[in-house]
Design a protein around this ligand. Structure first.
Ligand SMILES: [Zn+2]
Length: 100
């Protein structure tokens, strides 16, 4: 395999596998960014009623300003497109692929 192709493939993979979610604490309004990695945070899912639903991400988050426990659960397609978000103790702001 030629080296250029190898490097391209590698950087694409790296980019694809890191995501970021942003939530807003409902107690104090702090916005918290959460790093999400494919290898450790994506759980494979089989959802009979919604076959598009392929992965679930579950995060428990505590901000810096208070002790409110925020819970975020995201349902994603195979291409890591967001289907729906479930949250407790926070507002869900965004979920996106890390580009930097
Ligand atoms: Zn807070």
């Amino acid at each position: 395999m030629d080296i250029k192709r190898f490097v391209n493939k590698f950087s694409m993979r790296k980019q694809r596998n890191v995501f970021r979610a942003v939530v807003k604490c409902s107690e104090c309004g702090e916005e918290v960014r959460v790093r999400i990695e494919f290898s450790s945070d994506f759980q494979a899912e089989y959802n009979q009623t919604n076959p598009e639903h392929c992965y679930t991400i579950k995060k428990e988050i505590i901000g810096k300003n208070c002790y409110n426990l925020m819970k975020l659960s995201l349902a994603l397609t195979r291409e890591a497109k967001l289907l729906f978000a479930d949250k407790q103790g926070c507002e869900f702001i965004t979920f996106e692929r890390e580009t930097g």
